[in-house]
Design a protein around this ligand. Structure first.
Ligand code: NDP
Ligand code: HSE
Length: 436
């Protein structure tokens, strides 16, 4: 029987899920492959730690180097995360002729080109379905089933931790810090959770999708990134009163040779499909010129769902190896020599409706002063709400605008914040209509 020997780097949340699939579904996997996957080594710096699975001690090692250089290992699964030593280990594995499967979006977003080139030079596969959308197949449909399409948009909810936090804040009025801790306990969050709540993890995924969909290199620093830490219970409640839900969206668009790349909290009308994606679920909306709109939906993080995507890649490599057809598809869909460098649209050029929240003194003429400054910046008011006081003699004033330019909103708010009657820095949240 044909065999592919596998080594794993990192026996944490996802590594444990992968081992569980090896243990529970090996017969099914062999039947589907017409060959066998053999788990040969697992490297982790704390191999003896308590885990949900039991493995034979001789499979375990503390040395990642042993795995990437082991003469019998054909494929390395990188699940330690982060930039270093993950980058050096993956490069070493590729150089040693091993196929690599990784879930490490941070690594791919910043060092992707170096790794894709190393895989090409070594004539091996580099697959990373789990890097975007956890268990949802996103990468492989873009590379394969949908590859006849010209994409104009790829957008959605791409961080399970943030969606879990925002959902529980919205539905239960839960406390931000408590829900974040819960998301960490459930294995959804990154080793450094500021990557999740700061929007960086979603931006890593967006960088990968923009490259796959539009065939352009994107400098990670060109992606606008704003996380959820400033979204308050008050904003969530006002959004609800206006018929909206707040989600952290990652938005990539290509229009006339220019790319939009942004991650930020967004207000969506409640009837939008993305507004109904709750908990740890993610959804990626695509717009293809022949496909039209499509929405890929499923669990965006967690041990089992992510391991499912990792093992799908491992089986895909095994099929290619067993059938003698490796490197049939370029890791990033476009052959490297065809990749271009499209300019990225500045955030100041963005136009959309806005939610604005001001905290002001509760006295006459305040609203008139704010409305006057908005009018001077050509910002037209669509609706407003001034509820009861929420602090000593201070009231929130909430305004939804018609479509306006981001630079005029930023300038208007700076001017408004200088008024004597304004108590706190004013807040704005961008509003999106339908995505894909
Ligand atoms: P974990 O932190 O749970 O697992 C990583 C494991 O690798 C830990 O056991 C860690 O040990 C070990 N490790 C880290 N550095 C080294 C090293 N230098 N040498 C040996 N062992 C090391 O992370 P996850 O399993 O959650 O994530 C793994 C990867 O999968 C990351 O790239 C993440 O972004 C990605 N991912 C995770 C998802 C999820 O839902 N969790 C979903 C999609 C992708 P120690 O605990 O001591 O640090
Ligand atoms: N920390 C990530 C998330 C894991 O919460 O979405 C999945 O990539």
């Amino acid at each position: 029987m044909k065999q592919l020997k596998v080594g794993i780097l990192g026996f944490g949340t996802v590594g444990t899920g992968v081992v569980r699939i090896f243990q529970n579904n090996s017969e099914l996997i062999s039947t589907r492959l017409g060959g066998e996957l053999v788990l040969h080594r697992i490297a982790d710096r704390r191999p003896d730690r308590e885990r949900e699975v039991h493995v034979a001690p001789e499979l375990l090692t503390t040395s990642c180097e042993e795995v990437v250089s082991h003469p019998e290992i054909d494929l390395v699964i990188e699940l330690i995360g982060g930039y270093e030593p993950a980058r050096s280990l993956v490069l070493e594995a590729l150089k040693n002729g091993k196929h690599v499967v990784t879930a490490n979006k941070a690594l791919l977003a910043l060092h992707g080109d170096e790794l894709y080139n190393a895989a090409r030079d070594a004539g091996v596969e580099l697959l990373f379905e789990a890097a975007v959308g956890g268990g949802i197949p996103v990468i492989s449909p873009i590379k394969e089933s949908l590859c006849a399409n010209r994409f104009s948009e790829v957008a959605g909810i791409m961080n399970g931790t943030c969606n879990y936090i925002l959902t529980r804040m919205t539905q239960e009025g839960a406390d931000y810090a408590e829900v974040l801790k819960d998301a960490q306990d459930k294995g959804y969050a990154e080793a450094d959770p500021t990557f999740d709540v700061g929007g960086i993890d979603a931006a890593h995924k967006l960088a990968i999708l923009i490259r796959l969909c539009f065939g352009t290199r994107i400098d990670f620093d060109d992606i606008y990134v704003e996380g959820i830490s400033e979204v308050t219970a008050l904003d969530i409640e006002f959004a609800r009163q206006f018929g909206y839900t707040i989600k952290l969206l990652a938005i990539g668009k290509e229009d006339n040779g220019c790319v939009e790349a942004r991650v930020h909290p967004t207000m969506l009308p409640n009837n939008e499909p993305l507004a109904k994606v709750d908990g740890v679920f993610n959804a990626v909306a695509l717009e293809g010129d022949f496909l039209g709109p499509a929405l890929l939906h499923g669990q965006g993080a967690g041990m089992d769902a992510t391991a499912s995507a990792v093992m799908g890649d491992v089986m895909s490599v095994a099929r290619d190896v067993f059938s003698g057809s490796i490197r049939r598809v370029a890791p990033m869909s476009y052959p490297p020599e065809t990749v271009v460098d499209l300019p990225v649209k500045k955030m100041t050029d963005l136009r959309c409706p806005f939610y604005l929240r001001f905290t002001t003194d509760d006295k006459p003429n305040v609203l008139a002063q704010i409305a006057h400054i908005l009018g001077e910046h050509h910002i037209s008011i669509a609706s407003m709400n001034q509820p009861e006081r929420h602090a000593e003699n201070a009231v929130p004033i909430v305004i939804l605008t018609h479509e306006a330019s981001e630079d005029s909103v930023v300038e208007a708010l700076m001017e408004i914040d200088k008024l004597d009657v304004v108590r706190e820095k004013s807040r704005f949240i961008r509003i999106e209509g339908s995505l894909a």
